[in-house]
Design a protein around this ligand. Structure first.
Ligand code: PHE
Length: 494
């Protein structure tokens, strides 16, 4: 059977940018920039992009494209045992997907409440009490939130119809979900910068504080943001690239993806801080008093600001469409990464596999729409992203940098992207990046030992670690299964 293909190079880049540009661009990047030195943060950010992000993206693209296999198959070509690492990455991707979908369910709920501006006058209590029904602590599950569950089902239906025909449907959907949020961000940008007080917000966002660069924390923050924002370390980009034909400028694709993704982050920051400047002026407080990140930004502070604008409902609708359209292609890229590995191995129809994937993902995500959902989301997100991505980054670099099959990847790059400084890249992935990542890992781990994350109880911390390591156990067995079938096939084929 011929491998599925992207209809064009452009649509592959659309899909990759769609995956990269997600909630992190909107609710993480602007906040980090503000927190770590304003405009000065762009220096470590750009350095991390050049030294860490783009080389890793090039690596994932080249691995997928050269071996023409998704994550597990490609990892097995590097070293058979590394297939287990591939499954491990995908297991973690699945965990991320299950809570990413829950955040999208919140967005969907807000999309519907935009018509009535249901949060006017009490954005904070609306989010925590009415929408989430947040329990008093992680130990109190608080029952299922039925409205959110319905929204979650809605989100999973959207995800299903994005992947149900494989790359064919994905490439149709990204024609909308990649450009749409960019267009809307431009509209929101014009709205934001013409609001009273916007300039005050923009100054807080961008005013460089160069002394901040002396703090090592800012460098670690920049590096981990780059990791998360480019969707590397979860096998997605390997899977997507495995559907690219073998002859294509791999490194060029990576460069375009990275540049567009960072451009979206930068723009989103202007929207966020312009609007925060307006909010601060309306409330008569200083901008830093209203700054937030994560769910607090997207579902409390920003909605509050929206409710104070003329035509509030309209801009609210636009904002939540931005969230949904930014998020959906990141969400289904996570699923497609997992499905691709099964599709390489099984003859089961794509529709059936997708359906099974969606049902399992939905079931796994129910915990995140309970009263304690936000706590679980917070813990799992912290552990999985701090440790999972970094570990896979290390594995990927060493597996490509120090194996015989890895050398083919380098040759592939030299052939397909003659303009790319392959030798420099080679030493980055063989040595420099693994060292940086090990240092980051240790930094995070020491912090973990110093105090339990956010003061959560021990069992909750154990849940976080389990989310990181249970997929490894599953991955070990799945790799055995994958290999068994392969041996049978290889013995009988010749
Ligand atoms: N890159 C996405 C973002 O910035 C998040 C993501 C990470 C999506 C990993 C898929 C995989 O929001």
């Amino acid at each position: 059977m011929a491998r599925e293909r992207w209809p064009s190079r452009l649509l592959f880049i659309f899909a990759a940018v769609g995956s990269a540009a997600g909630l992190g661009n909107l609710w993480r990047f602007p906040y980090l920039t503000y927190k770590y030195g304003g405009g000065a943060f762009l220096i470590p950010y750009l350095i991390a992009l050049l030294v860490l992000g783009i080389p890793l993206l090039v690596l994932e693209f080249a691995v997928g494209q050269h071996f023409q296999r998704s994550t597990v198959g490609a990892m097995r070509k590097l070293k058979t045992w590394a297939g287990a690492v591939g499954w491990w990455m995908l297991g973690i991707a699945f965990v991320v997907l299950s809570y990413y979908a829950a955040v999208m369910a919140w967005s969907l709920r807000y999309f519907f409440s935009s018509f009535s501006m249901a949060w006017s006058g009490g954005a904070e209590s609306y989010f925590y009490e009415q929408v989430l029904g947040l329990s008093s602590g992680i130990g109190v599950l608080g029952g299922i939130n039925w409205i959110l569950l319905a929204c979650l089902i809605g989100v999973w239906i959207l995800i299903y119809f994005s992947v149900f025909k494989g790359i064919k449907s994905v490439s149709q959907v990204v024609k909308v979900t990649m450009p749409l949020p960019i267009l809307l961000i431009f509209i929101l940008l014009i709205r934001a910068v013409t609001l009273e007080g916007a300039a005050g917000g923009l100054v807080v966002y961008m005013k460089p504080v160069f002394s901040a660069l002396l703090d090592p924390e800012i460098w670690v923050a920049a590096a981990s943001q780059i990791f998360f924002t480019l969707s590397v370390g979860l096998g997605i980009m390997i899977a997507y690239a495995s559907y690219v034909k073998k002859k294509q400028d791999t490194a060029g694709d990576a460069l375009w993806t990275a540049l567009m993704n960072s451009g979206i982050s930068l723009l989103a920051g202007f929207v966020v801080f312009g609007t925060l400047g307006f909010l601060a002026m309306q409330k008569g407080v200083a901008v830093p008093d209203v700054v937030a990140s994560g769910p607090g930004l997207a579902f409390v502070v920003f909605p509050e600001a929206l409710s104070m604008m003329p035509m509030a409902w309209l801009f609210s609708l636009l904002f939540f469409i931005v969230l949904l359209s930014l998020g959906i292609d990141s969400a289904f890229s996570l699923l497609e990464g997992v499905l691709a590995a099964f599709k390489d191995r099984l003859r089961t129809s794509t529709m059936k596999l997708s359906l099974i994937g969606c049902i399992l993902g939905f079931a796994g995500g129910i915990i995140f729409v309970t009263g304690a959902g936000l706590y679980f989301l917070d813990i799992v997100d912290h552990f999985v992203l701090s440790y999972g991505l970094i570990m896979f980054g290390i594995f990927e670099c060493l597996l490509v940098g120090w194996t015989k099959a890895g050398k083919e990847v380098k040759e592939h790059l030299a052939r397909e992207s003659p303009w790319f400084p392959v030798n420099l890249w080679w030493w980055l992935i063989r040595l420099v990046i693994p060292i940086i990542l090990v240092v980051m890992f240790i930094t995070f781990f020491l912090k973990e030992l110093a105090a339990p994350y956010e003061g959560y109880p021990g069992w909750a911390i154990a849940v976080g670690w389990a989310a990181v390591f249970l997929p490894l156990v599953v991955g070990f067995f799945l790799n055995k299964w994958y290999g068994k079938k392969r041996e049978v096939a290889e013995i009988t084929v010749p």
